[in-house]
Structures are given as C-alpha cells and as structure tokens.
Design a protein around this ligand. Structure first.
Ligand code: ADP
Ligand code: ADP
Ligand code: MG
Length: 537
C-alpha cells in the first residue's frame, strides 16, 4: 500500500494537467479513478479559528470530513489505515493530530454544511435533540445565545433554514469537544445572527479550542478567522489548500487571484470592489410608484412605506430574519394580498423564491428552454448571464440531482430569463461561493441596466448588498411580531440605518475596496459610531 504518499506517491497512474510537479507529493484523497483529487490539508491550531476560503467543489467539505475522522483519506492510492496517514504526514503539524484522532483522544464535532438534510436524519423536538447533544451542561446558555427559546418545542421538521442552522450550531457547541468544524455556518442567517455566530466561534477559540470553518460570506470570514487557507484548483476536478495566511492577506490574495508565497496565479482576473461603475440611480425614469402596504397575519404585522422604483436600478432589501421581507416581496409579486393598500399595476413580475422547490422532472436545458429557448442561443444572454453563472455546463444534468449551489444558479437564471418589468430575487446568494455571488451580482446589474428593467433583491451578505445595490429598502422592527419597511433610500443612508440597528461598523479595505467589519470596541468602531458613519468612511 501507499504509506508515504506525501513524500512520493507510487499511485500516479493519472497525470493531472496544469499542476506543478511537486504537488503530486501532497495528494491526500482521490474519489475514484477519474474522480476529484484533493491536495494538502489545512492546519489545525490550538486557540485559533482557521478559515477556509475557496470555490464550491474544490474539496473543502472533503477536508473537513478527513480532519474530523469521518473519511479515511486514501492518499490517492489504496490506503486503508490511519497508521499510514500518520506516517504520510510525518514531520507535518498534522502528524500528531492524526495520531490523537486515531487513538480516539480527540472527538471532533462537526456542524455539517447542509442543514436542510438534518430533518431527514433526526426526528423529534428541538429540545430533545439539544438535550441529547448536551455534554457540557450549557443548555440554557447556548439556547439563550442562539435565541432558540421560542422553538424548543417545535418539531425539527417544521423549522426554517435559519432556525435549522442555529439548532445545528447549538448542537455542536453543546457537545464539548476540543476540535470544532463549522462547514458554512452563515447560510440562511441574517447579518446580526451571522455576527453573533462569528463572535461565539471566536470565543470558542479564545477559550483554547481549535476551530476550523468554511465560509463564503467574506465579511464574516474576515471577522472570525485568525488565519486563512485559500483553496484553489478546478472545481469538480481538483483542489489545493494553500499555505496558511494572515486573514487580511489571505482574503486579498484570494480576490487578486494570486497567491504570493506559492507564486501561483489561479484566476486570470482580479476582483475589485472600488472600481464599480458610479451609481446613476434616481436620474432615470420612474417604473412605478407603489402605495403604503400592510400585511397582518394576526401574530405578525408588516407596515411598508410607499415608494417609487426607477427603471434600470437594483434595490437591495435588508433586515433581520422574520421581519417581513419575503412577505413584502410576495405582495409585490402578487402572491400575497395586502391587508391594506393595493398593488394595481399592470407590471409583469418575475420572482425567485427564497426556498427553491425541486420537483421538476427533466434536465436543466429542458427547464430553461421552456422559459425562453431563444435567449439560450443569444450571444447577449450567453455573455451576460449563462456563461458567467456556469449554466451551459449544467444543461445535461437532471434538475433533481443538482447540489444546492447549482440549483440556486439555475433558479436565478430561470428568473432572469423571463420577460418582466420587475425582477424579485429572494436571497440569491444562498449556497453560492464568493465568485458566484459576484457573478450573479454583476449579471443582475448589467441585465437591469441594459434591458432597462428593475430588480429588488433580498440579501444578507454585506459584500453582495454593497456590490449589487443602487438603493436600499431597510426593514426594522421585532422579528416574528412586527416589521416596518422604509421606502427605497440612498446607499449611504440605508447602510447606516441598517448597520446601526445591527450595531456593527464597516470600513473599506484600502487595497481591494472590500467591506471589512470593524472589531467591536476598536478605535475605528468607536469613532465611526460617534460620527454615525457605520459604512462608507
Ligand atoms: P466543497 O466543499 O469545496 O464544495 P466537496 O469537498 O464537497 O467540495 O467536493 C469536492 C468534489 O468532490 C466535488 O466535485 C464533489 O462532487 C466530489 N465528491 C464529494 N464527495 C464525493 C464522493 N463521496 N464520491 C465522489 N465524489 C465526491
Ligand atoms: P423574512 O423574509 O424577513 O424572514 P417573512 O416575511 O418570511 O420574514 O415572515 C415574517 C413573519 O411572518 C414571520 O414571523 C413568519 O412566521 C410570518 N408569516 C409568514 N407567512 C405567514 C403566513 N402565511 N401566515 C402566518 N404567518 C406568516
Ligand atoms: Mg462544502
């Protein structure tokens, strides 16, 4: 068998193109003969949050499974024992880790990526699940911190995505381990909840635990990580873990597409936030004026100010979960009837719901060509939408077999292919990686500008909100009880109002222009709060 693959692997029957020679030595796992190959692993460090940043399909979850002991890496050969893994990592920081893992001295805890799958595996009430997980005696504390009091007696099967996420994180925290793995902890959460989770994860590390986390929300990853690994490669084919880097450098190198220490350019272009074309909102023609709207469900009431929407603009919708954003969008889409006020426009609306149903029998191509076969052939749609979102690669796939991120891209494409005056997209970033989020943002902006249409986008990722929006509608109130929606306002005013409610300030990174959350209580944080400038400074 292959005992020392890290030094020299005899199982290199398949040559991997575009790979530097020395990488063959770091081959950790290969799924089948022509399957995906993972090179190198991240470090695990006591008292640190190690962040992992990279595209979907480059082996992040595979690495989590290996380090948590769920997957025995085959070392790209026929390896069948942890002893060989330990030998293969001799001299590496991970040698000792794998020894302790093998001897069951450490029992890592994993918050899995796909929380949607939890109800399929676990039945019963939230309280019972968390009580079973509780080995730390911190039940009350964790329930309070993650704001789960009101859903303890709910059935797992009846939870929203954001509730499932918080239950899964709570279950991990209650287990009392030394090593914690959080695979995409921010999915479905609003910005306040994301920051709260980020703080909890930081505290875990500060109390001496080892934490590894995969995260696509750059502001959150930045906020919680001590060091970063960038994963690069070819999604679905191979993935390579970079050296550990400082958080700021790691994220900036990722955005630049160039790893300095490794001297590797993994993307031909840089991602830059500051060069965004200037906003020309409120100069154009008004698409529609909508009246004040009220929706009263009895237990929940939403009051929305009336406002106007301009042709060609993208309006971001921000605010906490459970505050009525989806309800508002549904009223504009004509799916929900307002209790007060009336939507009596003759506009056509195309709507992508937050939760995407997958009961379609057929391929991606069949689904999309039914909407508009002509646009699939048009060079405009190819260059503005289909290619940037990687849709042609998915044409032959069954819609039912798509991963969360693939389905999201197809659903966004389906929404944007329809002819409409107004496009409503509810949380388009869910399950997407950073490049896909930016590709979606760019596609929406350019389609609205060039086709002279209007879009409203509900979004929690601050980077994406910033990149995407011309103006903002800000939701405030008390989640689950009442919500108030502002009329559309300028970015600066809207961001300040939104972030003041969350209590977090942002600055721009001088090199890349990306938004960075200030650490609470830092000099910048205090200065900006004093001036009431939560965002642009
Ligand atoms: P990430 O977490 O970075 O999105 P994953 O580690 O989940 O990536 O997957 C990396 C690649 O490995 C993907 O192309 C995926 O399809 C493939 N893969 C994952 N699990 C398996 C498996 N059990 N068998 C074969 N291929 C797999
Ligand atoms: P958001 O999109 O901001 O997360 P939603 O608009 O989905 O918020 O929900 C706002 C509140 O309205 C929640 O408390 C939700 O449970 C409640 N709600 C949503 N739809 C209904 C409905 N059909 N009947 C009763 N309550 C509802
Ligand atoms: Mg993953």
């Amino acid at each position: 068998g292959c005992g020392i693959c890290v030094h020299k692997c005899p199982f290199n029957a398949i040559t991997i193109v575009n790979l530097p020679e020395e990488l063959e030595e770091g081959c950790v796992h290969r799924y089948g003969i022509n399957g995906f190959v993972l090179y190198r692993l991240p470090v695990v460090k006591e008292g640190m949050v190690v962040g992992i940043l990279g595209p979907n399909g480059t082996g992040k979850t595979t690495a989590v499974k290996i380090l948590s002991g769920q997957l025995l890496p085959n070392l790209c050969g026929g390896n069948d024992s942890w002893d060989n893994v330990i030998r293969a990592f001799r001299g590496n920081e991970l040698q000792n880790y794998f020894e302790r893992l093998k001897n069951k001295e450490i029992r890592p805890v994993v918050k899995p990526q796909y929380v949607d799958l939890i109800p399929k595996a676990v039945k019963g009430k939230v309280r019972d699940l968390l009580k079973r997980a509780d080995k730390s005696g911190k039940f009350e504390e964790v329930v309070k911190e993650l704001e789960l009091e009101n859903i303890l007696d709910r059935d797992i099967g009846h939870l929203s995505g954001g509730e499932l996420q918080r239950v899964a994180i709570a279950a991990a925290l209650l287990r009392n381990a030394e090593f914690y793995f959080f695979d995409e902890p921010s999915s479905y959460l609003d910005i306040r909840q994301r920051l709260r989770i980020a703080k909890i994860i930081r505290r875990l590390a500060e109390s001496g635990k080892n934490v590894l986390t995969v995260e696509h929300d750059l502001a959150i990853l930045d906020y919680m990580s001590d060091i970063i690994h960038v994963v690069y490669g070819k999604p679905g084919a191979y993935g390579i873990f970079s050296q550990p880097k400082s958080t700021r450098n790691g994220i900036n190198e990722f955005l630049r597409g160039y790893l300095r220490d490794e001297n590797v350019r993994f993307r031909p272009y840089e991602i830059n936030f500051s060069k965004k074309s200037e906003r020309k909102s409120q100069e154009g023609e008004i698409l529609v004026e909508y009246p004040p709207l009220v929706k009263d469900y009895g237990s929940f009431r939403l009051e929305a100010e009336g406002g106007e929407l301009y042709i060609g603009e993208v309006v971001g919708i921000v605010g906490p979960n459970g505050i009525g954003k989806t309800t508002f969008v549904k009223m504009l889409a004509g799916v929900e009837k307002p209790t007060e006020g009336e939507i009596d426009w003759s506009l056509t609306v195309s709507y992508k719901p937050q939760y995407i149903k997958t009961d379609y029998e057929g391929t991606v191509y069949e689904l999309l060509s039914k909407i508009d076969a002509g646009k699939l052939m048009s060079s405009f749609y190819k260059s503005e939408l289909l290619n940037p979102l990687g849709i042609p690669e998915l044409y032959d796939r069954q819609v039912n077999d798509l991963s969360g991120g693939e389905l999201q891209r197809v659903a966004i494409t389906a929404c944007l292919l329809r002819d409409a005056d107004l496009y409503l997209l509810d949380e388009p970033s869910a399950h997407l990686d950073v490049e896909q989020r930016l590709a979606v943002s760019k596609a929406i902006r350019s389609l609205m500008a060039k086709n002279e249409k209007t879009a409203l986008i509900v979004e929690h990722d601050v980077m994406m909100v910033d990149y995407l929006s011309d103006r903002l509608i800000v939701f405030e109130g008390e989640p689950g009880r009442f919500g108030r929606a502002s009329k559309p306002m300028g970015m600066r005013e809207g961001m300040n109002r939104f972030l003041a409610a969350v209590g977090v300030t942002f600055r721009r990174d001088p090199d890349t222009g990306r938004p960075r959350a200030n650490k609470e209580g830092s000099v910048k944080d205090r200065e900006q709060k004093e001036r009431g400038e939560y965002y642009y400074t």
